[in-house]
Design a protein around this ligand. Sequence first.
Ligand SMILES: [Zn+2]
Length: 304
Amino acid sequence: MLVGVDWGGTKIEAVALGEDGEQVARVRESTPFSDYEGCLALIARLVAQVETTAGRTGTVGVGLPGSLDPRTGLAKGASSTWLNGRPVEADLVRVLGREVRTSNDADCFAVSEAVDGAGAGHRVVLGVIIGTGTGAGIAIDGRAHHGPNNSAAEYGHNQLPRPDVSEIPGPACYCGRRGCVERWVSGPSFARDYFQHASVDLADPPRLSAEEILEQVRAGHRLSRLVWDRYLDRLARGLSVVVNTLDPDVIVLGGGMSNIPELYDELPSRVADATFSPCFYTPILPAAHGDSSGVRGAAWLWKD
Ligand SMILES: [Zn+2]
């Protein structure tokens, strides 16, 4: 049996999978905010809970909202910045009493979709999560690709490529730099961009969500269409760096923005415009496992 834990910024979830991927048990609770020891204790309790339900013990893989320095084992780059500098894997081994495999949450997403999701059958899978932030992971032959720095596919913290004058220096990012791709393509960034454009024309512009802006696009509103076009162009420019470097066999999208169906019709031609190669045959697909991909991929970290 394979147990996966998704250690997210707002919730921690555990799942037990059988060897064929069938779900045996699943639990989730809110993340104790800024409480590192509280998170470790909760993870130990959730793992015990799914194992009790399943009636057996399993291997444990944990998806982290950051990555570990491969030499020191200390967390780095976590958007929950209070995790940074903590010896996360060693502490998980301590509280769980067994060997634990960890990976970045976006890596787990890519692994899940590569093993039995939208990327199944493809060798090199790029998983891209576009939600409150953006992150990406690479799975090769169903395994997370880890380089010597554990920083593969961190395209979200590249600067937005080919910025125009209005995009320089760009909004501040939690990583300490400005103009990161993440700060242009996340759901809140899309909503912020709409609000800023609407503020030019209206004294009291509405604060619309991403889905509300898309409803306006569908109804033919000019301003929303403009903001959506700029969003697609920025998303494509960000992805072009990964395509120019890795040329993955498939790109699988997850996170809240991935639920917008228009993305799959309108994004590929924008990526073709932004990459060096004028052809772009790579399928861009929505995740098959939706919000469950992170926790399923964590479990699959132990797949042979
Ligand atoms: Zn950044």
